[in-house]
Design a protein around this ligand. Structure first.
Ligand SMILES: [Zn+2]
Length: 70
């Protein structure tokens, strides 16, 4: 038994499926302080547009937030 796979009951029970999700880890890129991208999947924040489903399907952050099978 490990304690690293506890179900995330907080997000699982959250009623806001459509809420903007901008809490993912970000980093600047291209040497431009105005350009940010997801640290996990490297997609620009302008592409993600605050939507979890806009991250790459294998994005670590997206996976961590969508524990339930689609
Ligand atoms: Zn991502």
């Amino acid at each position: 038994m490990t304690d690293t796979q506890q179900p995330n009951t907080f997000y699982h029970s959250a009623p806001y499926k459509d809420v903007f999700d901008i809490l993912y880890p970000q980093e600047s890129y291209d040497g431009d302080i105005h350009k940010y991208r997801c640290k996990s999947c490297k997609l620009p924040t302008t592409d993600i547009n605050g939507r979890l489903e806009n991250h790459k399907p294998d994005c670590e952050y997206r996976l961590s937030r969508s524990a339930a099978p689609a």
